[in-house]
Design a protein around this ligand. Structure first.
Ligand code: DX5
Length: 224
């Protein structure tokens, strides 16, 4: 089944001194989602922002918003992000002993429930929750920073995640990829089975305007 390709800029690499403008530029460029990289300084070394940023971004755009929780104890954060108005909460399987319960809780709130895992975590860890998630997100870098190189072994993991979803009748559930998505990796990422692409530094950088950066990604997709 060919699923539509969604591009979700991560504001991690945006210019935060003019965030409203940067989000508006992405929206005008035709992106599909806005992705928020929430980091707590524990699960990953950097600290970014909490649910208040999600509330602010909610007021800045009508695009759906994803909160990628790179935090320990996500159970303490999920409610605030849902209240802030995000449309998807993605949790790391490494951060909770109760991924099944947390994903159920997110879904019961009417929000997409995403599960993600670090490059070093076997996909078998998410097997028990594949049938209740609304996206599997493959981390194709070690989380915490933008601008890192795509880990090539991620392509096999993307294929595996696609097969896991198809195997339980969830052919329309996206496989997302986060980390190192750019014009030189995007075609092989989609070819491997991903259709929901987080891109930070490929969209927000000092080389070109956001519109040109998004067009570059779309062109790279078309040219395969
Ligand atoms: C974890 C973050 C980054 C970010 C994407 O580190 O989740 O992966 O969203 O950053 P780029 O697209 O610059 O690799």
């Amino acid at each position: 089944m060919t699923l539509p390709i969604a591009i979700a800029p991560s504001i991690l690499s945006a210019d935060w001194t003019r965030l409203a403008e940067q989000i508006a530029e992405a929206e005008a460029a035709g992106v599909d989602w806005i992705s928020l990289d929430v980091m707590d300084g524990n699960f990953v070394p950097p600290i970014t922002f909490g649910a208040q940023m999600a509330s602010a971004v909610r007021r800045l755009t009508s695009l759906p918003i994803e909160a990628h929780l790179m935090v320990e104890h996500p159970e303490d954060q999920i409610g605030d992000f849902i209240e802030a108005g995000v449309n998807c909460v993605t949790i790391h399987v490494e951060t909770t002993r109760h991924p099944h319960r947390l994903l159920q809780q997110i879904s019961e709130a009417g929000v997409d429930a995403g599960v993600t895992l670090n490059p070093g975590t076997p996909l078998s860890e998410i097997e028990p929750v594949v049938s209740i998630c609304d996206r599997i997100q493959i981390m194709s870098v070690n989380p915490g920073w933008g601008g890192q190189r795509f880990i090539p072994e991620s392509l096999g993991r993307i294929r595996q995640a696609r097969a896991m979803l198809d195997g339980c009748g969830r052919e329309r559930t996206p496989v997302a990829v986060d980390g190192g998505v750019n014009e030189s990796t995007i075609a092989s990422i989609v070819e491997a089975g991903a259709n929901w692409l987080v891109a930070g530094s490929a969209i927000y950088n000092d080389r070109e305007p956001v519109a040109d950066a998004v067009a570059r990604l779309r062109r790279a997709l078309r040219n395969g």
